[in-house]
Write a protein that binds this ligand. Structure first.
Ligand SMILES: [Zn+2]
Ligand SMILES: [Zn+2]
Length: 446
């Protein structure tokens, strides 16, 4: 958040966004009548009790602001010189502030907006959430914002609606969807890591055998699945014979129908049960689920000559029924959300204690490459650091709980400075404090 940089008139050092008057008007007058006056190039003289000057850090009394058309032409104090034909606005003893600028906003979504259900908010709905938020942000004193990276074009719709006066809001600079691309790296013979460019959609791994392809995780939805399939097709034209879903979260299986329409879909029994439940959830109607038609409890080995893939349940971890996929010939593994590179993970109804144990066993395997559920491709040291994060947090919470600290005290007292580079995603409850809360509750129920 920074102050504006434009300045006008005698108090040139006072950083004073022209849109201050938008703020004044949004509070005091009907937007339409103001707009008519601005269009007519009319002069408005605003008076108030005092004004904050950020260049000196001091208030001064009796500001008088002259606005011609949509520009502030002067800011002075004391008695205003009469301006003929001017419309006076007297704000009494109100205090004026320069308009704030926020250079990094996501106004078309709400913080803490519903975990996985937040993934199914449509662009039109996002624009309406934005209409609520721009008004609140304006009334909090922000007169210009940058909106950075939304799915779809809800931010563009919002900016245009503000500009024509349909929605009351601040000046918006918008980006639309982020400009990025997934990356595909060969990580062994016949084996490829697909690193998603969308944080809300999982990474994938694909193995190209002599007669067909195995794909691990298919992304959030049809769009992400189509991006993945296009990447696979740049490598091989063989049919996708198997799809493995590491767990039931939509960001790992929403692309099943697109990526492998005739593939055998494989998951743990637990993942299939949870997927069937999601299908019945009215909040998830935007997803087209393709639940597994081959399930297992402990492990299953797939033979894609000349390679093999060992799919196994590592014990309760991120969920109660994750699957990992180990490729022995390539010494590589697909971790699903048991590993997020440089990030705190989301924690579903799994168990952090057994999660750490599962990671210890993975670290004993011969491993050249590790494909995380999200973010950059990794090797053993990054996986070990993630394991250490979970273990460190677990031990801290356990010891504080033994001293009968409340959850709020624990969340306040944990030391995570060593992991300052870890991504924090409040929207998915993937933060130090929400991870601490999960651990606290898991210990409680032991
Ligand atoms: Zn995920
Ligand atoms: Zn997940």
């Amino acid at each position: 958040m920074v102050f504006g940089t434009s300045c006008y008139g005698r108090f040139c050092r006072i950083i004073f966004a022209a849109s201050l008057l938008l703020f004044v008007v949004a509070n005091s007058f009907a937007q339409s009548s103001f707009r008519d006056e601005v269009k007519a190039g009319q002069t408005i003289v605003v008076r108030a009790g005092r004004m904050f000057d950020p260049s000196t850090g001091r208030m001064f009394e009796g500001p008088v602001i002259v606005i011609v058309g949509n520009k502030i032409t002067s800011v002075s104090s004391g008695t205003p010189t009469a301006v003929s034909g001017a419309t006076p606005i007297d704000l009494g003893d109100a205090t004026l502030l320069p308009g704030f600028i926020d250079a990094h906003t996501h106004l078309t979504s709400d913080a803490g907006g519903g975990g996985y259900e937040g993934l199914v908010i449509s662009s039109p709905r996002a624009a309406l959430i934005g209409a609520k938020n721009v008004r609140l942000t304006l009334l909090a004193g922000f007169t210009a914002v940058r909106s950075v990276g939304v799915e779809g074009y809800s931010d563009v719709a919002l900016r245009d609606a503000i500009n024509v006066g349909d929605v009351i809001g601040h000046r918006m600079h918008v980006s639309g969807p982020p400009l990025s691309e997934p990356t595909v790296s060969q990580i062994g013979r016949g084996l490829y890591a697909y690193i998603s460019d969308n944080d809300a959609s999982a990474n994938s791994t694909f193995l190209v055998g002599q007669a067909g392809i195995l794909v691990v995780d298919t992304g959030l939805n049809e769009t992400e699945g189509a991006k993945l399939l296009a990447a696979i097709r740049r490598v091989s034209a063989l049919p996708v014979k198997y799809v493995v879903n590491t767990h039931y979260h939509p960001d790992h299986q929403g692309g099943n129908a697109v990526v492998g329409p005739s593939a055998t879909v494989i998951s743990t029994d637990f993942t299939r049960e949870r997927t069937l439940a999601l299908q019945k959830n009215s909040g998830m109607k935007a997803f087209h689920f393709e639940p597994a038609n081959l399930t297992f409890q402990d492990q299953v080995t797939l033979h894609l000559e000349p390679y093999t893939a060992r799919v196994y349940f590592p014990g309760r971890a991120h969920t109660s029924g994750d699957a990992l996929v180990y490729f022995p010939e390539q010494q590589a593994i697909s971790m699903g959300d048991l590993f997020l590179n440089h990030s705190s993970p989301a924690m579903d109804d799994g168990s952090v204690e057994s999660w750490i144990h599962a990671l210890d066993l993975v670290l004993e395997l011969p491993l050249e490459r590790v494909v995380p559920g999200h973010f950059e491709l990794a090797t053993k040291p990054e996986l070990r650091r993630f394991r250490d994060y979970l273990n460190d947090l677990y031990e801290q919470v356990r010891k504080m709980k033994q001293k009968n600290e409340t959850l709020e005290q624990v969340q306040h007292d944990i030391h995570m400075e060593k992991y300052a580079d870890f991504r924090q995603y409040p929207k998915y409850e993937a933060t130090f404090t929400s991870n601490a809360a999960s651990i606290y509750q898991q210990i409680q129920t032991h």
